[in-house]
Design a protein around this ligand. Structure first.
Ligand SMILES: C[S@@+](CC[C@H](N)C(=O)[O-])C[C@H]1O[C@@H](n2cnc3c(N)ncnc32)[C@H](O)[C@@H]1O
Length: 313
């Protein structure tokens, strides 16, 4: 089996776990960094809908953004590798009354040959589906550009943004909104905090490996785990900003703009973030300012863990 098959199948198996849709649908209610990132992408989408009637959402998950645009009256193709994610998205779309505006397609981003050139006004893909197609991430981007007519908006795993996580096993604790939340991940972060600190030691070798290759973890280990019937964390390729810019430019994308959603929030301690988020006025102003700060090209690699890019075809 070659790398491509492993990468696709590992993704499939991981995202097909039955609770994935439910967990992903709740994510932005539990962690402040997810709230900031979602708000950023929503603002960008809503500001870039001029001339857009048809949309392709690649790796659309439980529909955070496909459903938002369907509610705006756009015709959206919701494309994802995982049936549980698609089922969850269908359930939410039905509740929102927008099933008629969405076509659900199960498929792998590695193969978009079913779509003709310029099939969709807007092509989008958020929160790293492109990164999960490693080692085919460049081809996936060029295929996404090929099927776009007017605009492309994506967010991929960010090498500069994610690397500090490798040196901070308790980074997610900073973003817990409600310490009493029943969410399993929140409670795990809290109960595991002291052990995570005690067990941690900084490894220059490990961070240098990711800095140089863009890959966390060990591909060979992932393959072994897959062979043993486990669902390892997908292999995910982390981009550098210049690298992503080069790939987009090579494929003819113009007016490329980058951002690092989450860059401002990651500088603020938990107690202050929670205070801000629990006051509706401060929360709205904070999210608005995050959008301005995080859009500054000087912080574009340093968002939460995503590198955001948009451009015109
Ligand atoms: C982190 S979720 C993001 C979902 C959605 N874009 C959002 O922002 O809410 C990643 C999604 O990518 C999908 N995915 C992963 N690898 C994929 C592939 N090779 N082809 C299509 N979808 C894929 C997963 O099933 C999952 O729904």
């Amino acid at each position: 089996m070659n790398n491509k098959d492993y990468s696709t199948k590992i993704s499939e198996r991981m995202w097909n776990q039955p609770d994935k849709g439910e967990l992903e649908a709740e994510r932005e209610k539990t962690f402040i960094d997810d709230i900031v990132q979602k708000d950023f992408i929503e603002k960008e989408l809503l500001a870039n809908l001029d001339g857009i009637e048809t949309v392709f959402d690649g790796g659309a998950g439980c529909g955070r953004f496909s459903i938002l645009l369907a509610k705006k009256g756009l015709k959206v193709t919701h494309f994802d590798i995982s049936l549980p994610m698609i089922d969850k998205a269908k359930e939410i779309a039905a509740k929102e009354g927008v099933l008629d505006n969405i076509t659900f397609v199960q498929g792998a981003l590695e193969d978009l040959s079913a779509y003709e050139d310029k099939s969709f006004d807007l092509v989008m893909s958020f929160d790293s589906p492109i990164s999960y197609t490693y080692p085919n991430q460049e081809k996936t981007i060029s295929e996404l550009v090929r099927i776009a007519r007017k605009r492309i908006i994506i967010s991929v795993s960010s090498r500069m943004g994610a690397l500090p996580y490798a040196s901070n096993p308790i980074q997610k604790n900073q973003f817990i909104l409600d310490k009493d939340s029943k969410d399993g991940w929140v409670q795990w972060c809290i109960s595991n905090r002291e052990k995570a600190i005690a067990d941690f030691s900084f490894s220059k070798e490990s961070v240098m490996k990711t800095y140089e290759t863009g890959l966390f973890g060990d591909i060979e280990e992932s393959k072994k785990a897959y062979d043993n019937g486990e669902a390892p964390w997908s292999i995910s390729y982390h981009f550098m900003p210049d690298e992503l810019k080069g790939i987009l430019e090579k494929n003819g994308v113009k007016n490329i703009q980058f951002a690092g959603p989450g860059a401002f929030a990651r500088t603020i301690p938990n107690e202050i973030l929670v205070k801000i988020m629990n006051d509706p006025t401060q929360r709205r102003d904070f999210l608005d300012f995050c959008h301005i700060y995080d859009s500054n090209p000087y912080v574009c690699g340093m968002g939460k863990d995503n590198l955001f890019a948009k451009g015109e075809i």
